[in-house]
Design a protein around this ligand. Structure first.
Ligand SMILES: Cc1cc2nc3c(=O)[nH]c(=O)nc-3n(C[C@H](O)[C@H](O)[C@H](O)COP(=O)(O)O)c2cc1C
Length: 201
């Protein structure tokens, strides 16, 4: 699939079949995602990949509540996703990189509050986007879910070292075509002219 077509056709998929995704396909998609740009070439982002019912259940157990699972119309479709890739970022890796001699002039190597923009989450987002587009190009469905609750418990359950932050999760699998349209898509969308400013705002 051409890049422009992947960009145009990509949509968050929230209803999956339970057909597994071959491990080799998952590996190829993740390898592509790791080619995303990285500030200072720090590459301080990682994935924890959960595959199969038992592993993905750990994600849902820690990040959702029983009440939400009982009420959510979308959860039955999302829980069938056979793969969940957790996007993690290490602020400490960026601080260390920007304390190195070629970056020290930026003055970012001391503490996180010095950073006007947290590059660790920027890098994680680039990597997530590369994964979403690679999945679309491979004919798979994917959905990014933000990190709202349970981060610490999930990291502990999965043995993630303390300095790593959870950016969010990418569900991966085969779309089953039963997606419920997201209400977010019905929000009025500002046009190109409102979002692209030429010469000045
Ligand atoms: C940072 C970020 C967080 C998001 N979090 C969620 C989420 O928690 N749950 C969800 O269903 N969709 C989530 N989305 C998906 C957006 O709702 C979706 O991208 C938007 O409605 C546009 O739809 P599309 O991606 O299908 O074009 C998130 C997207 C981004 C970029």
């Amino acid at each position: 699939m051409e890049l422009a077509e992947a960009v145009r056709s990509r949509r968050m998929v929230r209803s999956f079949s339970d057909e597994p995704v071959p491990g080799q396909v998952v590996d190829e998609l993740l390898a592509l995602s790791l080619r995303a740009p990285s500030a200072g070439n720090t590459r301080g982002t990682s994935w924890v990949v959960l595959e199969g019912a038992d592993e993905v259940a750990t994600y849902w157990a820690h990040t959702t509540t029983e009440d939400w699972r009982a009420r959510s119309r979308r959860w039955p479709g999302m829980r069938r996703a056979p793969v969940i890739a957790l996007s993690l970022a290490s602020p400490a890796a960026y601080l260390a990189r920007y304390a190195e001699v070629d970056k020290a002039g930026a003055g970012l190597g001391r503490d996180r509050s010095a950073w006007p923009v947290p590059y660790w989450f920027g890098d994680a987002a680039f990597s997530v986007m590369t994964l979403l587009l690679s999945a679309a190009s491979a004919g798979l469905g994917a959905c990014f879910l933000g990190n709202f609750r349970g981060e610490e418990a999930l990291r502990t359950a999965l043995g993630v070292p303390g300095e790593w932050r959870l950016f969010g999760a990418v569900l991966l699998g085969r779309p089953d075509g039963r997606d419920r349209r997201s209400p977010s898509l019905d929000r009025p969308s500002p046009g190109i002219a409102e979002r692209v400013h030429r010469g000045r705002w």
